[in-house]
Design a protein around this ligand. Structure first.
Ligand code: FUB
Length: 527
């Protein structure tokens, strides 16, 4: 018996040593990059080294071998003027025994000569993906959206087509094939200076592309989900089965991230019919659960007879109770009858019962509740260029003194959101921006303070225009990463049929916030 155990232990030790030495002898990971001239490194001084695959190879080090199979001018479309399919490089890429494949095609498909076949893009992209997926090495496949084009000739590689057609179709193909997407469009869209010919990144621009790919591989050494992801997260908009707006995000005690959103009703009449709030939650930023409707205007005893007008809400938690705050008018004529209603529940996403409204709050919209580290709750609301803030009593349904106007903001419109990081308070809010074409496209600005009620030190914009006239956002930290939630009109193209989105948010060393990169932009963006 004893001898048997000794033999087992020796065998196990031997196997462990063998597997260790096998691992140390493991072959480098083979990364295959296919694409067109940007992949090739065209216009850089030394393409093998300066192209993004070249730079990615250096960043990854000797545990990886990165091969560049880019061919200038190539299209994803089989009917395009220069199909990648027909190139020798494609055959070599297929034969390269890849462990990881980056597919970067689509920019040339936006040319007028090719875009006439755009209806075939998804089919061709799926076939391209399948041709690599069926290889014996069963590689991980990551498809990239094309980077920005600053070309002004609409016959050429045209950004409007990239944003409206090529990128969404790339993502659709990825979704059908359940592969990962890296959204490369935001990487250079603020850097025309790094694209001297308006199409190709120079060495520094290529480095930025390689950096995004490297960071992604480091963050996700394995595919993050069996489903399609964009930059490792759910695609934007992340709720697609209904129209949603005004996302308020919170992380509750169960470790999940919850989003309380308002609901645009089809067909819309402005924002008049908005009703029936839903709550969504996730624990991985990829898979979202719709917890269903939590409140509608018919359940508000003091609400306007005609219903609707259930606008941007927020939620707070204190001592075992969830407090859901919602703006709603008590009269037919909404202007001076806005109230901030409160519904409560012992659960984060169901069983809410209206308790009443908070007396003394100015007749404005968009409540935001901020819970400070010491347990003191603050309430904010606003509209008509004014933002108010004040303390809530411990019961969370009464003001503890009058609300005061926030000082130091620039061009405040509505939708205040407060968050705190490293002891600093941040107030973010949409502005009244009208763009150069005379259209309202609100942006989100922010200000910082050492006190939750200001005065505020205005800092600038953190979210540029979306494709929607209104903007509304919230900021939250989850599992060590900060996120910005907001809405756009990507699903409908209509300002009153909105969809909630999120993106990563980053701070500079001095605590200021970097402009948020909006993934899956569906419209032309130029700065
Ligand atoms: O969604 C209705 C209103 O539009 C919100 O209350 C505002 O913040 C704006 O998003």
């Amino acid at each position: 018996m004893k001898l048997k155990r000794i033999i087992c232990i020796i065998m196990a030790a031997l196997m462990a040593v063998m597997s260790l030495s096998a691992r140390s002898r493991k072959a480098p990971v083979r990364v295959t990059c296919i694409g067109a001239s940007i992949t090739e490194g065209a216009t850089t001084p030394n393409p093998p080294a300066d192209s993004y695959p070249g730079q990615l190879g250096r960043m990854l080090g000797d545990k990886y071998v990165v091969s560049n199979f880019g061919v200038g001018g190539c299209t994803m479309l089989k009917k395009g003027d220069c199909p990648y399919w027909e190139k020798e490089a494609y055959q070599k890429a297929l034969a390269s025994e890849p462990d990881i494949v980056f597919i970067d095609l689509g920019g040339n498909d936006s040319k007028a000569i090719n875009r006439v076949y755009m209806d075939e893009f998804i089919k061709d992209a799926c076939e391209m993906i399948a041709s690599f997926r069926n290889l014996p090495t069963k590689p991980r496949i990551i498809i990239m959206t094309p980077i920005v084009s600053f070309v002004v000739d609409s016959n050429g590689i045209y950004d409007d087509i990239i944003c409206r057609q090529v990128s969404p179709k790339t993502i659709e193909a990825a979704s059908r094939m359940k592969i990962e997407v890296l959204d490369m469009h935001p990487v250079l869209n603020r850097h025309p200076e790094l694209m001297p010919d308006q199409i190709h990144p120079n060495r520094e621009g290529s480095e930025m592309m390689a950096r995004k790919m490297y960071d992604y591989l480091m963050a996700y050494p394995e595919k993050p989900s069996p489903e399609m992801t964009v930059d490792g997260m759910a695609s934007n908009p992340f709720i697609t089965h209904m129209y949603t707006a005004d996302p308020s995000a919170h992380v509750w005690k169960d470790g999940r991230l919850y989003v309380y959103a308002s609901h645009d009703i089809f067909p819309p009449r402005g924002c008049d019919y908005m009703d029936r709030y839903h709550v969504f939650s996730t624990d991985d930023m990829i898979n979202w659960t719709d917890h269903g409707e939590i409140l509608n205007s018919g359940q508000v005893p003091w609400g306007r007879r005609e219903g609707g007008y259930m606008w941007a809400p927020d939620c707070a938690y204190k001592d075992g109770t969830y407090y859901f705050y919602f703006p709603h008018p008590s009269g037919t004529h909404t202007g001076s009858t806005w109230k901030i209603g409160v519904a409560t529940s012992r659960k984060p996403a169901s069983d809410f019962k209206v308790q009443g409204y908070i007396e003394g709050v100015p007749s404005y919209i968009d409540p935001c509740i901020f819970m400070d580290d010491d347990g003191q709750a603050y309430i904010y609301n606003g509209g008509s260029s004014r933002c108010y803030g004040g303390k809530l009593k411990d019961n969370m349904v009464e003001l503890d003194g009058p609300m005061v106007e926030m000082q130091g903001l620039n061009d405040f419109h509505e939708g205040a959101w407060i968050h705190k990081r490293n002891g600093i308070y941040y107030l973010s809010y949409p502005d009244n921006h009208i763009n150069e074409n005379g259209k309202q496209y609100n942006r989100i600005h922010y200000a910082m303070s050492t006190s939750p009620l200001g005065p505020w030190d205005y800092k600038g914009i953190l979210l540029e225009e979306t494709d929607c006239d209104t903007s509304h956002g919230s900021i939250v930290e989850y599992k060590g990463q900060w996120y910005m939630f907001y809405h756009n009109c990507a699903l409908s193209g209509r300002g009153n049929l909105r969809s909630i989105c999120f993106d990563r948010l980053f701070y500079n060393e001095d605590g200021t916030i970097r402009i948020v990169e909006q993934r899956n932009r569906s419209f032309l963006e130029r700065y």
